[in-house]
Design a protein around this ligand. Structure first.
Ligand code: PMP
Length: 381
């Protein structure tokens, strides 16, 4: 692929030419036949990605944060309901903030950074108090910790609470089996495991979640009200608000690519890449911020070994062709964050490890040459 830099931040992830080409196709009428076909197809394919054929898919201009609002405002009765937020880092806190601004009664169970809330802790909280909705982050982008979503779903279902998953850093790369596990809403965005450009707020609502929305009557949202969007998702020739036509067409192509690879193979590949990246970085002397029991397949948070300084490392790596992200407080300066999701190839990873070695060498950090790629390669079949 033609690239300026290999984008290995925790999203946006690299966009392969096939998806970029779809983005660059001529802008079509938002209610014309091309859009009718592509938005309809995208909704159907999205439901396959999260294993929820009878649910409803929503794809609108925005980003993950809008889909967080959409998920909450369309399921929570602000006057009556109580929400339990399972937080393992930065984006659980954002859920708390959204509840605060809308006056939604909520509690948060917070895991230590690098870990996730344990299912037993959720069960204990649900025995202690009654909640109408439980929300979790699948993979926290600040900490690299993945949550045991299937176990959370069991606990939430046993307590008859609706269960919402923030899949922004997981959907399309890590299993989210909505029907089998009984997840009610998966909210996500285009720019991570789908490998599409940013610009879309995406959510799938189960039948139960749709029934909940209908039961709420009017909600304190207009653009974010899924009942205003539902007729458009079903019949895109109708108008509510002008969709970002090009972005939707490129997302449609991204979904096609996901399904061509096959969901199980895509999950397997993400797992393998996660193991490969960690093995390679460990061979270079990095340790990990994330507790090994919670490693996510989609991003890694390596801690610098002695002698490697954050800013110089990331700047030199950038000059060598690879972009990674710095840590978010409280990890700033101590870690970097490396996304490895979407449509990354073995060649991309090889390039990344070569750039890492070149970088560390120029920073006069001692390591065994080529050990990293050898360690990584062993996981890549
Ligand atoms: N949730 C998670 C887990 C995320 O990683 C992000 C983005 N990094 C968001 C929500 C917010 O998404 P956006 O930046 O697209 O608004």
């Amino acid at each position: 692929m033609t690239r300026e830099k290999l984008l290995l931040i925790p999203g946006p992830s690299p966009v392969v030419p096939r998806i970029l080409d779809a983005l660059a196709a001529p802008t079509v009428s938002h209610v014309g036949p091309e859009m009718v076909r592509d938005l309809r197809d995208a909704c159907e394919d999205l439901k396959k990605v999260v294993f929820c054929p009878a649910g409803e898919a929503f794809i609108v201009s925005g980003a993950g944060t809008l889909s967080m609002e959409i998920a909450l405002l369309n399921t929570v009765n602000i006057q009556k309901d109580r929400v339990l937020i399972l937080s393992q880092g930065y984006f659980g806190k954002r859920m708390v903030e959204i509840c605060e601004v809308f006056g939604i009664r909520h509690d948060a169970l917070e895991a230590e950074w690098g870990k996730a809330v344990l299912p037993g802790e959720l069960e204990a909280q649900l025995r202690k108090d009654a909640y109408d909705v439980v929300v979790c982050t699948h993979v926290d982008t600040a900490t690299g910790a993945g949550a045991p979503v299937e176990d959370y779903a069991k606990a939430a279902n046993a307590a008859e609470a609706l269960f919402i998953v923030d899949g922004v850093c997981a959907t399309g790369g890590v299993p989210e089996r909505m029907d089998d596990w009984r997840i009610d809403v998966v909210l996500t965005a285009a720019q991570k495991c789908f490998g599409a450009p940013p610009g879309l707020a995406i959510a799938v609502f189960s039948e139960r979640a749709m029934a909940r929305r209908r039961g709420l009557g009017s909600i304190p949202a207009y653009y974010a009200d899924i009942l205003r969007w539902l007729p458009i998702m079903k019949e895109p020739a109708k108008y509510f608000s002008t969709p970002c036509v090009n972005e939707i067409r490129s997302f449609r192509e991204a979904l096609r690519l996901v399904l061509e690879e096959g969901m199980e193979e895509r999950f397997r590949r993400h797992e393998a890449i996660g193991r490969a990246v960690r093995a390679g970085l460990a061979a270079l002397g990095f340790t990990f911020f994330t507790d090994p029991g919670f490693f996510a397949p989609t991003l890694s948070v390596p801690q610098y070994p002695a002698g490697v300084e954050d800013k110089a490392f990331r700047q030199t790596l950038y000059e060598n062709g690879v972009v990674v992200a710095g840590g978010l407080a409280p990890t700033t300066g101590k870690v970097f964050r490396m996304g490895h999701m979407g449509n990354l190839s073995t060649d991309d990873l090889k390039f990344a490890f070569e750039a890492l070695e070149t970088t560390l060498r120029s920073l006069k950090y001692g390591f065994e040459p080529e050990a990293a790629w050898k360690a990584a390669r062993a996981h890549l079949g």
